[in-house]
Design a binder for this molecule. Structure first.
Ligand code: NDP
Length: 248
């Protein structure tokens, strides 16, 4: 599963699932660009972890929801490296609240980051991939995009939107040596879930046949396989990494 000579960009690569994906892709030989928006320190720590493991990485700060910033950052990256082979759209946020109380701001923030962010990053990354006649795009969705969840209409809509985006771009790029797939994690132990109260955590685990949370590494393993040369004939698909919580 070698990715030597390949250049990868992982949005939200500074922490959690994104960090685990950066470490895996770098271990497979890719030069990894670790994106963050606010936490430069965490991104630097991810770069240091990659370097300690013998890999190559650099941090790259930009807001995925800001089209101009994405365009500028990816264009500079491609000028510096001459290529971009792998894009992992992992950056994501939650603004959970019941629909009746959800303000436009909470809707817009989640759609802009989790869905529009992926759209803009793909649009800017596809040209260098087409030039290189090889590419791997991996979108990190969610079990919630398939099952829905009370209190998460914004998040569920964004993640379900990612499924349609993935399948449509997969069709557009299939003839170019570029695959477009996704990973739909279930309940994973990261900062995103650490704030949930014990009652909610117990209720979620009760719905997981494996009766435990997943790890960021569980998700990274699936994302790294989709990014590998071995997954060449797989496109438009989502791999569910959820302990059996949802079987789609
Ligand atoms: P974390 O909250 O641990 O990390 C989120 C990452 O996204 C951080 O690196 C953060 O950077 C970055 N980020 C957030 N907003 C932006 C933005 N506008 N531009 C660039 N980067 C941004 O999340 P997880 O690791 O848990 O989640 C990663 C992905 O997996 C998300 O898409 C999430 O929806 C999905 N997922 C997670 C599940 C879970 O149970 N944890 C379950 C299902 C899906 P910074 O620190 O700089 O803000």
């Amino acid at each position: 599963m070698s990715l030597s000579e390949r250049v990868a960009l992982v949005t939200g690569g500074s922490r959690g699932i994104g960090r685990a994906i950066c470490l895996r892709l770098a271990a497979m030989g890719a030069k990894v660009y670790v994106n963050y928006v606010a936490g430069a320190g965490a991104a630097d720590e991810t770069v240091a972890m990659v370097n300690r493991a013998g890999g190559a990485a650099e941090s790259i700060g930009f807001d995925v929801a800001d089209s101009a910033a994405v365009k500028a950052a990816i264009s500079t990256l491609v000028k510096d490296t001459g290529r971009l082979d792998i894009l992992v759209n992992n950056a994501g946020i939650t603004r959970d609240i019941l629909m009746m109380k959800m303000k436009d701001e909470a809707w817009d923030a989640v759609i802009d980051t989790n869905l529009k962010g992926a759209f803009v990053c793909i649009r800017e990354a596809m040209r260098p991939m087409m030039k290189g006649r090889w590419g791997r795009i991996v979108n990190i969705g969610s079990v919630i995009g398939f099952s829905g969840n009370a209190g998460q209409v914004n998040y569920a809509a964004a993640k379900a939107g990612l499924v349609g985006l993935t399948r449509s771009v997969a069709r557009e790029l299939a003839g170019r040596g570029i695959t477009v797939n996704g990973v739909a994690p279930g309940y994973i132990d990261t900062d995103m879930t650490s704030g949930l109260n014990d009652e909610i955590k117990t209720a979620i685990i009760a719905r997981v046949p494996m009766a435990r949370m997943g790890s960021a590494e569980d998700v990274a393993a699936a994302a790294a396989w989709l990014a590998s040369p071995e997954a060449a004939y797989v496109t438009g698909q989502f791999i569910h990494v959820n302990g059996g919580m949802f079987m789609g």
